[in-house]
Design a protein around this ligand. Structure first.
Ligand SMILES: [Ca+2]
Ligand SMILES: [Ca+2]
Ligand SMILES: [Ca+2]
Length: 182
């Protein structure tokens, strides 16, 4: 299960998205404007929607939803329409047992990319490079520690390039992936 907050309908008040792995839904709650969240609308999320983010994946100025499935390894995109509703999900790429996902521009081309923690015994982080149309065709996989559960970014070594941190639940350690982006 995971949660994100973003404005999905262009109306006052941040809206909320919950990825419900067991219920297989991506649930959207729109803010009435005074902090009250209106009744949830469920979007199909795949077999095990464990994690997700609210970003503008196709660069049309409207927030979209990206979902990582743990069981099928599929990454789904719900294209946002701007009024709090979304198009039917489509498969836009694959990770390996997605446990946690964040969106950052890893290769500095102005297009958001996905960074995914893979909860597998060997442990890894997948980077899916966005092409600006909502697809993430190029996947880079990096070994980390065992059973990676979380990812974050920050400046680890002072070279001004965004590095990736990953925490690993079975090996009980932290991995750092130092950026070599030019
Ligand atoms: Ca709103
Ligand atoms: Ca969009
Ligand atoms: Ca990018």
């Amino acid at each position: 299960m995971y949660v994100a907050v973003s404005d999905l309908d262009g109306k006052p008040g941040p809206d909320v998205v919950v990825w419900e792995r067991t219920a297989k839904n991506v649930s959207v709650f729109l803010n009435r404007g005074d902090g009250v969240l209106l009744g949830k609308k469920d979007l199909p999320g795949g077999t095990a929607p464990q994690t997700g983010i609210a970003i503008d994946a196709n660069l049309d100025g409207i927030v979209d939803l990206v979902t990582g499935n743990e069981a099928t390894n599929a990454i789904y995109l719900h294209v946002g329409k701007g009024d709090g509703t979304f198009e039917a999900p489509k498969s836009i790429g694959q990770s390996v047992y997605s446990r946690h996902m964040i969106g950052r521009d890893v290769n500095l081309d102005g297009i958001p990319d996905l960074i995914v923690a893979n909860y597998v015994a060997t442990g890894s982080v997948s980077i899916l490079l966005g092409d600006g149309t909502g697809n993430f065709p190029k996947v880079l996989n990096y070994p980390t520690g065992r059973a990676t559960t979380g990812v974050a970014t920050g400046f680890a070594n002072g070279d001004g390039k965004l590095d990736i941190f990953a925490c690993n639940s079975i090996s009980n350690n932290l991995s750092v992936l130092l950026s070599t982006s030019e």
